[in-house]
Design a binder for this molecule. Sequence first.
Ligand code: RFL
Ligand code: PHB
Length: 388
Amino acid sequence: MRTQVGIIGAGPAGLMLARLLRLQGIDSVIIENRSEDYIYNRIRAGLMEHWTADLLTEVGVGARMAREGLPHWGINIGINGELHRLDFKRLIGKRVTIYGQQEVVKDLVERRRADGGDLLFEVDNVTVHELTSERPKIRFTHDGKDQAIDCDFVAGCDGFHGVCRPSIPDGVVRVFEREYPFGWLGILSESPPPDHELIYSYTDRGFALYTMRSMSLARLYLQCDPDEDIANWPDARIWEELHKRLGGARTLREGKILQKGITPMRSFVAEPMQYGRLLLAGDSAHIVPPTGAKGMNLAFSDVLFMSRALAAFYKSRRSDLLEGYSATCLRRVWKAQRFSWWMTQIMHRFPEETAFDHRRQLAELDYLTGSAAASAALAEQYAGLPLD
Ligand code: RFL
Ligand code: PHB
């Protein structure tokens, strides 16, 4: 096979990149190691920044989101049961949109099919070669046969556990990371919302988050130990703890639990995000703890920058944007890292915290919810910083 850009991974980054390139007349092939069914059922992100929802509409994949997505003009911060609403409309004039990542993925796959672009599922043994030449290659097996893609560029959109980042020779990439001493236990429940907007709830028992996928499907998270075994959390224990951490100011209605799982919390950045003709995007290059809801949004901003750089290369043989790709992305990535770390450290209880830390944290929450300037700073970053 021959293409201009070989894309590894059909997550939000890979699929959006293919669409952005198509709009610039640039050809691509996407390969994905999981099945189509698997990627439609992987429950992950649910919150899009203001510009992200606009981007979906601009590139022609926003029709279902316009019908089924939930625009939110604020969030609630709970402090030991007392709720404070941050009014985004008044503070910054921007919204966020609740629309599940797997729904975005479905819409992008449908668009890819309508575009007639190549998209191969269930590929195996993916390797990348000759990355510092002008003709890098991707090798893989599909339907039991060896295959190769000759391309001009390889887009590494294969997530945190993918093959692209580890293919960069030792010594080229520097990693910055932080692990947190807790994880999130998440459930999806057939139950109506306790509020029409999200509730980030700090309590002395630990953090809890109420979010949603629709007005009849709740998504709830509880801070738990990082190595907690889900077997220790029968449904009744999960509800009991959720009532204690979220039930103070609103009535939390129980429902059938459709899915449950535990996610570790990590901050991670690999620099630079490029090596020769391999360009990394999204979770393959960086991970944020989910508290700031930034992961999918960063995957989209990376590929937007990448598509602009590739369009400048193909249309006017300009390579400056390509050379600056990593630096352009990292400026935004680090601000999102800082915000995600900050949201994480104000909202969670830390096992090693001192009494001083605890009082300082309560004062920070009091300041955040009581000061228009502090509330606006949160809102501005939460709804998404400007792209350029
Ligand atoms: P993805 O989605 O992991 O996609 C990578 C794709 O590459 C495939 N792949 C390969 N394909 C071919 N060959 C290989 N060798 C391959 N190895 C892997 C994988 O199967 C997959 O299909 O990465 P991408 O596109 O960079 O997108 C990133 C987002 O998925 C991620 O950042 C978000 O889900 C993070 N996240 C959230 N982000 C938000 O913006 N808002 C949120 O509200 C939010 N909530 C969350 C989250 C992540 C969570 N978990 C489970 C980590 C909540 C949770 C609980
Ligand atoms: C979600 O809807 O799953 C979600 C929303 C906000 C977050 C994290 C997850 O901070």
